[in-house]
Write a protein that binds this ligand. Structure first.
Ligand code: GLN
Length: 189
């Protein structure tokens, strides 16, 4: 059984930890490089990507995180986590890990519907849709070769995978549905 770290510098990491506990997975709250060395995979939660980027930089975790991804250790980012993983962020030079070959636009759903819920079909995990909770979510504007689109909302990719990196612009940890986390745990088999 792999040990999964949840980046716990800022944001809704507690919900991811609760989800992993429900799946009986050993977890570690990751706040520094030492903790990162102890885990087999990592979840980067939603929150504020600029704040998390600054903290990662201050704690000298950017380079270790890039190595973590490069060596094929699985990473799952949700919402702000996707922004931190993205190589391109439209109109922003904010600090990022930059290992997922997509372009995102932050807060791109506009004011009225900047937070909303919608059913999202993810064929890989079954016929029943997941309830997508979108909170000031980014839009994935472009994906490069090698990035697989697992689900869309309208035309926009909302769940993508590149190798052992999984990225959801919505928040599966805020529902009772464990299937997306379980899908991520399959990366370890
Ligand atoms: N809007 C946030 C950002 O740009 C992301 C929101 C979230 O993670 N729920 O970082």
């Amino acid at each position: 059984m792999p040990t999964i770290g949840v980046l716990a510098l800022q944001g809704d990491f507690a919900k991811h930890l609760a989800m992993l506990k429900k799946l009986h997975v050993p977890t570690v709250e990751v706040r520094d490089r030492t903790a990162l060395e102890r885990v087999d995979g990592l979840i980067i939660p939603g929150g504020e990507s600029t704040t998390m980027g600054k903290l990662l930089n201050r704690y000298e975790m950017m380079e270790p995180l890039r190595m973590f991804a490069e060596t094929g250790k699985p990473i799952f980012g949700t919402c702000a986590g996707v922004i931190l993983l993205a190589k391109q962020i439209e109109g922003s030079d904010q600090l990022r890990i930059g290992v997922l070959d997509v372009e995102v636009k932050r807060n791109a759903y506009g004011r009225q519907i900047e937070s909303f819920e919608a059913d999202v079909l993810v064929p890989q995990i079954g016929e029943l849709p997941v309830r997508g909770v979108f909170i000031r979510a980014p839009v994935i504007k472009q994906v490069q070769n090698g990035v697989e689109i697992l689900a869309r909302y309208g035309d926009d990719p909302v769940l993508v995978q590149e190798g052992t990196i999984l990225a959801a612009t919505f928040h599966p940890e805020l529902t009772d549905d464990t299937r997306i986390h379980a899908y991520f745990l399959n990366f370890f088999h």
